[in-house]
Design a protein around this ligand. Structure first.
Ligand SMILES: [Cu+2]
Length: 322
């Protein structure tokens, strides 16, 4: 672990550029604080020193001071030049991706993050990366503007529909870090939270090898229960009957679901599959068509597992069949 501490403003910096970003931030903060104090102190001093006392006396004729004027023009100009050069250098460092970076595709959508690795692995709301290796993020959005923010790494970049944006980082310590969306993107915005897990190079290789969450050694139902959380279904669907952005999964299987327009559909495996891959084909009455498609995000076995999980959420007597 690197010896890093957070500040009032941000948690400990754990990427290669964090130190530079913080140094510049602190410089601007302290320079502004000092200037602010000087301006306020002088203001107060002048107010008292030159307050009106009795009749107005004739002015001394001293209304100009070349040295002072030069001082308050040159000092701020120098400060601004320092901030500009320093900021531009840091900006370049943050924008130019090292050649040997691992490239991961990031997709933002309402309301989760999907990550695609070159090895074919994909995850939702969990970015796993090796420590001490540059990682390039190629980002786009399926719907509205989102923004990718990892406070510990001091990186933040807008994620836009119809175009790619790029950012990169190199983590300097293993651990788990928060990932936030910092662009208000709808009612589920506050739940668009993920994590970045930084692991050793060895663990990373093993993790890729295992194909992320393959669910090996788990029953479909158990595997599905994990996916329910890891693939973000949990943000919109409850499993205990409580209402949410989407209908609850409890006692779902085997009922007839009423659709917008009044038709009804038996909830069987094919309907569940369709709901996951093509959610807007038929929309449940009383709900907005806001569910994202999981086409390309979930593998077949994962869809099977989620269906098995939903089927398992029956009260003991609730299994009515069709
Ligand atoms: Cu968002």
């Amino acid at each position: 672990m690197m010896d890093t501490t957070g500040s009032t403003f941000l948690p400990p910096g754990q990427s290669t550029i964090a130190g530079e970003v913080d140094a510049l931030f602190n410089f601007i903060l302290y320079a502004s604080t000092v200037l602010f104090a000087v301006v306020i102190a002088l203001t107060i001093y002048f107010v008292i020193r030159y307050r009106r006392r009795g009749a107005v006396a004739a002015t001394s004729g001293k209304d100009h001071n070349i040295k002072l004027e030069i001082a308050w023009t040159v000092i701020p100009t120098i400060l601004i030049i320092i901030v500009f050069i320093w900021g531009f250098k840091t900006y370049l460092k943050m924008s130019i991706v090292p050649r040997d970076a691992i490239e991961i595709k990031v997709t933002g959508q309402k309301w989760f993050w999907a990550f695609d690795y070159p090895e074919g692995v994909n995850t939702v709301n969990e970015l796993v990366v090796p420590v001490d290796k540059p990682v390039k993020l190629l980002m786009s959005s399926k719907d509205v503007i989102h923004s990718f923010f990892v406070p510990n790494f001091r990186i933040k970049m807008d994620v836009l529909p119809n175009r790619y944006s790029v950012t990169w980082f190199e983590a300097t310590a293993t651990g788990e870090y928060n990932l936030f969306c910092t662009e208000f993107c709808g009612t589920g915005h506050s739940e668009m939270i993920g994590k970045v897990r930084v692991v050793s190079e060895r663990e990373y290789a093993d993790w890729l090898e295992a194909g992320a969450v393959s669910g090996e050694g788990l029953s479909l139902e158990e595997f599905g229960a994990g996916l329910y959380t890891s693939k973000a279904c949990v943000t919109c669907h409850s499993v205990d009957g409580s209402p949410g952005t989407g209908p609850t999964f409890k006692n779902k299987y085997g009922i007839r679901q009423v659709m917008q327009g009044g038709s009804s559909v038996p909830v069987d495996e094919n309907y569940l599959r369709e709901s996951i891959l093509n959610p807007n084909a038929r929309v449940v009455a009383g709900y907005a068509p806001v569910m994202p498609t999981y086409q390309g995000v979930l593998k077949d076995r994962e869809i099977d597992a989620l269906i098995a999980f939903i089927k398992s959420l029956q009260d003991s007597t609730g299994n009515s069949g069709e």
